[in-house]
Design a protein around this ligand. Structure first.
Ligand SMILES: C[S@@+](CC[C@H](N)C(=O)[O-])C[C@H]1O[C@@H](n2cnc3c(N)ncnc32)[C@H](O)[C@@H]1O
Length: 268
């Protein structure tokens, strides 16, 4: 594993809105503060209908996890998981099987505090506070060692998180480190903010997020696809999330924004 400098652990900051609770506010969850709700309202004024982008991401996570479950994946590592409410990985998994394990990872302390009680009574899911920029702290955490068998295939979720990792922290190198830790038959699920289709909207979003505790870094579609490295990308390939295996009643034409790009790939 490549040795990277350990990022300083994140302090509690309730003065600025944070990504996890902005997302929760858009999903209609109950784990957000006034600052996040007013930030969400400002975003909505600047980009009418932008809430669909957040809901589309969570719907993509569901479809991707269902896709992996159908292919026999039973253990999931969710980097930058946010608060696991409203149809998150363990809820999707337990609709299909009792034989699953999920390790949720987030670096935001209040997110961790909100999330742990939600998992009480669910022995197959754990939540740790760790920084995805420090793969060792994730992969070697006692809970990870206990829950996730790296000799067996893993579904690694990198959804809506690497767009919070600046270039100076080498997101492509980090993705490679995580890919290398997985055995063949594992899958990588990616979603990431892109400026390839709606550059003005991506710029507006990134500018507003500068005021939050989680600045955003949109990247072009080819860059996002390169997170998959030499993994085999599953049909339909990397694409805008609304086009990735949509539900039968869902039409990509209903979507105003194409801001999130991603897909699913398998380690050969
Ligand atoms: C928009 S939420 C995405 C939630 C979930 N992955 C999903 O796709 O539904 C992004 C999450 O990434 C977390 N995050 C941002 N930077 C992180 C880092 N360096 N390490 C771990 N988590 C991080 C934030 O705290 C937030 O909860």
């Amino acid at each position: 594993m490549v040795d990277t400098p350990t990022p300083a652990s994140r302090e509690m900051d309730i003065d600025r809105p944070c990504a996890a609770r902005i997302y929760d506010a858009f999903l209609g969850g109950g784990h957000n503060l006034g600052s996040e709700r007013s930030f969400a309202e400002r975003l909505e004024r600047a980009l009418p209908g932008v809430g669909e982008v957040y809901r589309e991401n969570r719907a993509f996570v569901r479809r991707a996890v269902e896709f992996l479950l159908a292919r026999g994946v039973r253990q999931f590592l969710d980097l930058g998981s946010g608060i696991p409410t409203i149809g998150h990985v363990h809820e999707v998994a337990r609709r299909r099987t009792r034989d699953f394990r999920v390790l949720y990872v987030d670096n935001e302390p209040l997110t961790v505090a909100h999330s742990r009680p939600l998992l009480a009574g669910e022995p197959r899911a754990e939540f740790i506070q760790a920084d995805c920029r420090d793969p060792k702290s994730v992969l070697h955490a006692p809970e990870a060692v206990e829950l996730i068998d790296l000799d067996e295939p893993v579904g690694l979720l990198m959804t809506a998180v690497f767009h919070f990792v600046p270039d100076s922290d080498d997101p492509l190198g980090l993705a490679g480190t995580y890919r290398d830790a997985l055995v063949p038959g594992s899958y990588l699920v990616v979603s990431h903010l892109t400026d390839s289709h709606d550059p003005d909207a991506a710029r507006t979003l990134a500018t507003l997020y500068q005021e939050t505790a989680d600045p955003l870094y949109p990247r072009d579609a080819a860059w996002v696809a390169s997170l998959f490295g030499d993994f085999q990308v599953m049909p339909p390939g990397p694409t805008y999330l609304s086009r990735w295996r949509p539900d039968p009643d869902q039409s990509a034409a209903q979507h105003r924004y194409h801001l999130l790009y991603g897909g699913v790939a398998r380690k050969p």
